[in-house]
Design a protein. Structure first.
Length: 312
């Protein structure tokens, strides 16, 4: 009888080659598979990282929900401050609880934020909502397609590596990730273009509203790099209609030097007065004048003086 001879089996792990033997040795093969599985992104490693983060997130969320109910001055100051007018105050939540404010905030219209906050605050809230929605759209586009394509890619990956792009063996399957990238990137470009047009129209409408147009900051314009020929108030009033006041911000370097020299002279005069008063007090008491250590006159602010008066 002639026994069948199995060819040797060689498994490659990184840069190492292992000869399992003339036939698949169950212990050697299992050891190689275990070593390769440990080198991949295992589910256990993901859980070890995710569980502590979830615990910390839950603790911080509970702390926030508890403090929000108790610290109204920090989390809801516009609901009760007397310095605000009634139309400027934010409506109070009827029921004060840990999660009762969430439906109330969810039902707030956009006009409520614009009337009680600034345009930047409203745009920031809108940005957060669109970023969250874009993430959901990306999950809906990529997960149903790419997870199936990667798992059935025919590669030799293990555990969570089967969900990645490296598990695809057939090159024709590369079109699916490309298609998903085009769809998601096209959606992001569409949202950016739409929000840019919306921001331009909203800003123009917001700036011309009577409530915002009456502010001094809205009616003040700063022009930089103005030519010297145009630094004429009469010319500016003739060129721009409706000007109430005009201020020219001139170069004050020479004035700054003069002020610094004046401050130095004033500090020297103050130091001399202090020394004169000290000598006068010592002479009146019949003592010899003491030598005072040099003072840091540069640290002394102009206008402040120290007088050593006699207790009599």
């Amino acid at each position: 009888m002639v026994s069948a001879v199995h060819p040797p089996v060689i498994l490659q792990l990184g840069d190492q080659h292992r000869n399992v033997g003339s036939r698949p040795d169950r212990y050697g093969l299992i050891g190689v598979l275990k070593e390769r599985a440990q080198s991949s992104s295992s589910l256990l490693t993901l859980l070890e990282t995710l569980i502590p983060l979830l615990l910390v997130a839950v603790l911080l969320l509970l702390a926030f929900l508890s403090l929000r109910v108790r610290q109204r001055r920090v989390y809801a100051p516009r609901t009760f401050l007397d310095t605000l007018y009634d139309e400027e105050k934010t409506p109070k939540v009827e029921r004060v609880g840990f999660v009762d404010w969430i439906p109330h905030f969810w039902r707030q219209p956009d006009e409520q934020i614009l009337n009680h906050q600034s345009l930047d605050s409203y745009l920031f809230v809108r940005f957060l909502s669109h970023v969250t929605f874009a993430c959901l759209v990306g999950c809906c586009i990529t997960w149903p397609i790419l997870i199936v394509v990667n798992i059935t890619g025919g590669g030799n990956q293990f555990q969570l590596d089967r969900l990645t792009f490296s598990n695809i063996k057939d090159t024709e399957r590369y079109y699916w990730p490309t298609l998903c990238a085009w769809l998601f990137f096209g959606y992001v470009l569409y949202v950016i273009t739409r929000e840019t047009i919306y921001y331009i129209n909203l800003r123009q409408a917001y700036l011309v509203t009577p409530r915002h147009a009456s502010r001094i900051s809205t009616r003040t314009v700063l022009f930089t790099s103005v030519p010297e020929d145009y630094l004429d108030e009469q010319w500016l009033r003739a060129e721009f209609n409706g000007i109430k006041r005009v201020w020219f911000v001139t170069d004050f370097k020479e004035l700054k030097k003069t002020v610094e020299e004046r401050d130095k002279i004033a500090l020297k005069l103050e130091q001399s007065e202090i020394e004169f008063l000290s000598k006068a007090n010592n002479k009146q008491r019949g003592k010899k004048p003491q030598q005072h250590p040099s003072r840091d006159v540069e640290a002394t602010r102009p206008g402040n003086s120290v007088i050593h008066a006699s207790p009599h």
